[in-house]
Design a protein around this ligand. Structure first.
Ligand code: 13P
Ligand code: SF4
Length: 357
């Protein structure tokens, strides 16, 4: 029963005290985040993992790539636990290390590997945080960098100082929306389909590219459409529409603003007048924002309640189990990145943390 699980989690957390820190992503359900010591986006939670060296275990209520990042940034003696190992991310799974290595070889055949007169290499790889540690390691080994939805533009500027063009993966939408904001034309952003030779492009198209966009997407954010925005505007003429940059280009264009989880949260917190907000992001976050800000009317653009199905795999039952196992001296469901991947992956994360506007 839910009350019973709730009581078991509370009792286990009390028994463990500072030995454990529990992190909850914004997209987790209420029954999970109510037990979290920190609630945040993937970037904030990575920092929280780094800032708790005293805890012997970090229980990460989020998805696999986030737990890997926590492992990369925490102390070697700490263990990072993902309550359900099946909590992956379909977007992260759209770029495997083999596909990325294969793409990289094909691009080297087109562009070579020599820097130009300004010292800029032919291609800089940029990966969204939502990718495996192996992909972050690839970026670390090949002069590349990680970005999040809150710093994508700063990171692309970093990349263009060092490279003539960018290979951006796995999310085509974040890549496209960010590059458009920087004045790059849609015709300078070919898609790379990893299932086809040359990503399904001819050599001329690639030569004219400024950003090569990997053909990945988030199954939650791609559901938001301009038609939903039209409907919200008809029903609420003063509505303020904010969508996440993982949404398709046409949806971002139809919205008033686009921004990361952190941006959306801040925009609502800073609104001084009662406001109607239509939000294009994951439902658990939207519902929590609505509950926390009763002075505003806040609703999700998508009428079909559709949570991120992999985030949803973190069930309170698994949390009770991993905590009680810790009390019994057992670390279950540990996420541990191999040393040969971890070292270059940290390089690409550190480049991101050091990149300044
Ligand atoms: P952030 O947590 O970085 O906002 O990313 C959004 C997302 O889709 C997480 O899976
Ligand atoms: Fe992945 Fe999208 Fe779910 Fe985030 S919301 S974990 S990007 S599928």
């Amino acid at each position: 029963a839910p009350e019973e699980l709730d009581a078991r989690i509370r009792a286990a957390k009390a028994a463990l005290g500072d030995r454990v820190v529990m992190l909850g992503h914004h997209y987790q359900r209420v029954e999970v985040v109510e037990h979290a010591d920190y609630i945040g986006d993937s970037f904030m939670l990575a920092q929280a993992a780094q800032n708790h060296p005293e805890a012997e275990a970090i229980v990460f209520c989020g998805v696999h790539f986030m737990a890997e990042t926590a492992d990369l940034l925490s102390k070697p003696e700490q263990s990072v636990i993902l309550p359900n190992l099946a909590a992956g991310c379909s977007m992260a799974d759209m770029a495997s290390i083999d596909q990325v290595e294969d793409c990289w070889e094909q691009l080297a055949e087109v562009f070579g590997t020599e820097a130009d007169a300004d010292g800029r290499v032919p291609v800089i790889p940029v990966t969204y945080m939502n990718s495996s540690a192996a992909i972050k390691g690839f970026c670390g080994r090949n002069g590349g960098i990680v970005c999040t939805s809150s710093n994508a533009e700063v990171v692309l500027e970093w990349a263009f100082e060092r490279g003539q063009r960018v290979l951006f993966f796995p999310d085509q939408h974040l890549g496209r929306n960010t590059a458009v904001n920087m004045g790059i034309g849609l015709d300078e952003m070919p898609l790379w389909n990893p299932a086809r030779p040359m990503g399904n492009n001819d050599e001329q198209t690639l030569r004219e590219a400024r950003v090569i966009l990997w053909q990945g997407f988030c199954s939650v954010h791609k559901r938001f459409t301009p038609a939903q925005i039209d409907k919200a505007r008809t029903e609420h003429p003063d509505v303020r529409v904010i969508v996440h940059p993982e949404c398709p280009r046409e949806t971002v264009e139809a919205a008033d603003e686009a921004g990361s989880t952190a941006y959306i949260t801040k925009a609502i917190e800073q609104a001084t007048e009662p406001t109607t907000f239509a939000i294009g992001t994951e439902i658990n976050l939207v519902q929590r924002l609505a509950a926390e800000h009763p002075q505003h009317e806040i609703f999700c653009l998508d009428p079909v309640i559709c949570p991120c199905s992999t985030m949803y795999r973190i069930h309170p039952g698994y949390i009770a189990w991993v905590l009680e196992s810790l009390i019994d001296g057992q670390v279950v469901n540990q996420i541990s990145v191999d040393a040969e991947v971890a070292e270059p992956a940290r390089v690409s994360l550190e480049r991101m943390l050091a990149a300044k506007p």
